[in-house]
Design a protein around this ligand. Structure first.
Ligand code: XIL
Length: 503
């Protein structure tokens, strides 16, 4: 009886093995009770030890998702490096997926983390990064794609939490180094902001923050409430700041100013915004209603941010990316379709009318270094300047070491600077074709050149902002575009940015 009790207690303990917070690393060791791994299936599949206990096999599968899985306690907002070796002996090759099943309030959902193709009889690595979301339960598992009945095995499953690297090195602060010239900032997203050690690390390097997605219309427009209000008034608009909250709360607490991004854009904007009753199945509204919505949206965003975070947001991208690539004219967008070509000017008028005093209004765009778009941007800025509605221009600067080349960047900067507006580099990142030493040296060189350029216009430059901190969380993660690697280790580009101001 007593022995049975102990066995039962052990089984319960093993049912959901967890990593304690201190022990952020996990390396599989199947030697004891399969180390908490079990078969995920609706019957039939089972796991077994193989390779003299070094590996864990699975057999009896009848669906791709039938797999070996294990529960992990992961910290929300922490990013994890994962790798595992997989092997199969039944097919010439088979495709495997490393996935996570996560549950929130009992609702399970899934994400694929990485894929690999394993040839018969070869241990093959699958590796990837997972940024843990807001869930109570996480199961990591290795499944197949198009090989529902295949038997296979895994070994050497490794999980490492990356935030443990924050603050590991005593680094000079970029914000501190640039303090006399302009704020040095970064974009940050919701999932980064919910992780305090990460944010403290960011705050040691950056002194202006901009939400990477969370102040865009698809985060801010409250479609459900707007739809209700539209029954009375088609121009009514409701907004909420739920997505931006962790970022704005942190910035407010630490006294770090925020650049708002973005009020009007062709992308990341709900289609419903442009339809009668905010219902995409109904016809689009006319120009007058849309102008009403545009004004009310801008007014509501300034009001909500001003009331909940007084003084925190010092500048806004009012309109983003309005000029077409390879042209001087405006790109097609629902804003242009419904309102017409003057939507940009109207947006700036409304922004000027409703913005809190002192908040700077920016037009933001990319590919400024290319003609004829550069001319299109300059023309648009001049028009807005004449109307007195724009304060600055944001150069996104999503570059690559191979193009457009520093000369073109410099020339564009000079031309726009001559208009006399405030300037910012709003979204700096530089991709590389491969993670080689030579590529990272070229990347560092371009970062250094761009920073020197900004310094030479320091009187006019309001801020330089990189578009993210660590390579693995970048929107262009595959091309390693940022100042820190996936382990928060400064890259040559970090030192180039630092040296640019120290020379
Ligand atoms: C990007 C974000 O970084 C991604 O997370 C998102 O999926 C797409 O948008 N120009 C902009 C930014 O103005 O808003 C874009 O940000 C990058 C290009």
């Amino acid at each position: 009886m007593r022995i049975l009790g102990i066995v039962l207690a052990c089984l319960l303990l093993l049912a959901a093995p967890a990593l304690s917070e201190e022990e952020a690393d996990y390396v599989s060791d199947f030697s004891y009770w399969a180390d908490g791994w079990y078969a995920r299936s609706n019957g039939g599949a089972s796991v077994f030890l193989t390779d003299h206990g070094a590996a864990l096999g699975i057999e009896g599968r009848t669906a791709d998702w039938h797999s070996m899985g294990r529960d992990f306690t992961l910290a929300e907002g922490e990013s994890y490096q994962l790798s595992v070796l997989v092997r199969q002996d039944e097919a010439d090759e088979a495709r495997f997926v490393l996935s996570v099943a996560h549950s929130h309030q009992g609702q399970e959902s899934y994400e694929n983390i990485a894929v690999a193709t394993a040839k018969r009889g070869e241990w093959t690595e699958i590796s990837g990064t997972y940024l843990a979301g807001q869930y109570e339960r996480f199961v990591l598992y290795v499944e197949t794609q198009g090989a529902a009945t295949l038997s296979y095995a895994i070994k050497d499953f490794v999980l490492r939490g990356k935030t443990q690297a924050f603050g590991a090195e005593d680094l000079p602060s970029l914000a501190e180094a640039y303090k006399a010239y302009f704020p040095f900032g970064t974009a940050v997203t919701y999932m980064e902001a919910v992780n305090r050690p990460r944010m403290d690390f960011y705050a040691s390097q950056f002194n202006i923050l901009t939400p990477g997605n969370e102040l865009k219309p698809d985060s801010v427009l409250n479609v459900a409430v707007s739809r209700m209000l539209a029954a009375e008034d088609e121009t009514a608009v409701a907004v909420h700041l739920t997505a931006a909250k962790p970022i704005l709360d942190y910035a407010q607490e630490k006294g770090i100013p925020v650049h708002g991004h973005v009020l009007v854009w062709h992308s990341q904007t709900p289609k419903a915004f442009f339809h009668e009753g905010y219902d995409p199945r109904r016809p689009m509204v006319g120009r007058e209603v849309m102008l009403g919505r545009l004004e009310h949206y801008i007014e509501a965003v300034f009001k909500a941010t001003g009331e909940q975070y007084p003084g925190l947001i010092v500048s806004w991208d009012v309109v983003n990316e309005a000029v077409e690539d390879g042209k001087t004219s405006l790109r097609d967008s629902l804003w242009k379709t419904v309102i017409g070509d003057d939507y940009v000017e109207r947006a700036f008028e409304f922004a000027r009318k409703h913005a809190p005093k002192g908040v700077k209004l920016y037009y933001n765009d990319y590919n400024t270094a290319y003609e004829p778009k550069q001319t299109g941007i300059a023309n648009l800025l001049k028009k807005l300047q004449e109307a007195g509605t724009v304060d600055g221009y944001g150069f996104q600067m999503h570059h690559d070491i191979r193009q457009p080349g520093y000369r073109a960047i410099e020339k564009a900067f000079k031309r726009i600077a001559a208009l006399g507006l405030c300037l910012r580099i709003s979204e700096l990142d530089v991709t590389v074709p491969d993670p080689s030493e030579a590529s990272f040296a070229a990347q560092a060189k371009l970062y250094g050149q761009v920073m020197k350029l900004a310094l030479s216009y320091a009187d006019q430059v309001d801020a330089v902002q990189v578009w993210g901190v660590m390579d693995d969380l970048s929107w262009r993660a595959k091309s390693f575009p940022l100042l820190f690697d996936a382990w928060a280790k400064p890259k040559p580009a970090f030192y180039a940015v630092l040296e640019a101001v120290q020379d």
